[in-house]
Design a protein around this ligand. Structure first.
Ligand SMILES: Cc1cc2nc3c(=O)[nH]c(=O)nc-3n(C[C@H](O)[C@H](O)[C@H](O)COP(=O)(O)OP(=O)(O)OC[C@H]3O[C@@H](n4cnc5c(N)ncnc54)[C@H](O)[C@@H]3O)c2cc1C
Length: 289
């Protein structure tokens, strides 16, 4: 038997815009931030018992919140942090920020993830999305993951048991820990690589307004940003959301943009690229509505 009050006892009063990098999102019925893995498992079991979908949230750098209904939104923020090193293998909790992971690993002369320097993600979110850039992805380094499945049980999966691809994985649950095998590097090599990537990002990507990074996946052999630009849509503004003038695959919140402003831009872009280029753009961001 489930206890309907149990879930409510974990609820925190806050609005979702605080937890999405594009700063859009309203109040929600079930927003929880468990402080232990056992509480996380209880929440997931209760959600299942009440037939509610769960949504893990890490850095919120790829999620656009609409009407989330009765989904149970689970923040990783208050879970215990783990960062253990044995030789070249790091065991990390999912809630460590990418920037902090890179800096911590550097203290042990271990590197590798510098290619995703500058992305406001957490390890769990980056693994779930198989974050990547400049021809590399995080699964080049992941050895295993541990997650709480939708029944509330902790499961460990080795890399060979996981399906992953371009910005996608098959993980159905809440990732809590992972093992990553890193490269032995000097601190200078890591710092140089990190600075190089961050300056390339600052040059190419807009960092002056909130965004979710690339809105669409790159179709085979093409760049979504270039296709959008060729359709003449760079700079298009709907309400307070705008296609970046700097990189057409980024949608910016220029101040109080709404969910509808962003989704209208997405609709216009998809239609134009289909009509003018005969290409169906696929979303990279996750829309929760
Ligand atoms: C400025 C900017 C630049 C970016 N550049 C890149 C880039 O170069 N390459 C790239 O790949 N992405 C990029 N992104 C997008 C984003 O950072 C990545 O998709 C990242 O992997 C998302 O991590 P997150 O922790 O923010 O996840 P969230 O946005 O919180 O979540 C993303 C998805 O992962 C799920 N998730 C989150 N945490 C967990 C967990 N613990 N267990 C299971 N599922 C979980 C969520 O439910 C959601 O479906 C960029 C974003 C921004 C804002």
């Amino acid at each position: 038997m489930f206890d309907s009050k149990m879930l409510t006892s974990f609820v925190i009063k806050s609005s979702l815009y605080r937890y999405s990098n594009i700063k859009i999102g309203d109040k929600v019925t079930y927003l929880v931030a468990p402080q232990s893995i056992s509480d996380l498992a209880i929440i997931i079991k209760e959600a299942k018992a009440q037939n509610l979908e769960i949504l893990p949230v890490g850095g919120g750098s790829n999620i656009l919140f609409g009407d989330v209904g009765n989904r149970v939104i689970i923040l990783d923020a208050n879970l215990p942090e783990i960062f253990d090193v044995k030789e070249d293998i790091v065991t990390t909790s999912s809630n460590i920020k990418i920037s902090s992971f890179i800096d911590k690993a550097m203290q042990y002369d271990l590197g590798g993830l510098e290619f995703i320097s500058g992305i406001p993600a957490h390890i769990g979110g980056a693994i779930n999305m198989n974050a990547g850039a400049f021809g590399k992805c995080i699964f080049d380094y992941v050895l295993w993951i541990e997650y709480v499945n939708l029944e509330g049980n902790i499961i460990k999966l080795e890399r060979e048991d996981l399906n992953f691809g371009y910005r996608t994985t098959s993980i159905d649950g809440f990732i809590i820990r992972a093992g990553l095998k890193l490269d032995k590097k000097t601190k200078k090599q890591i710092l140089d690589a990190k600075e190089n990537i961050i300056s390339m990002r600052l040059e190419r990507h807009p960092y002056d307004y909130p965004s979710l990074g690339s809105t669409f996946k790159n179709p085979d052999g093409k760049f979504a940003g270039q296709l959008i630009e060729e359709c003449g849509l760079k700079g298009l503004q709907i309400g307070n959301a705008q296609i970046s003038e700097k990189h057409a695959n980024f949608i910016l919140n220029k101040g109080n943009a709404t969910f509808e402003d962003v989704t209208e831009i997405i609709r216009i872009v998809k239609k134009a690229v289909k009509e003018q280029k005969n290409i169906e753009l696929e979303l990279e961001i996750r829309i929760i509505n």
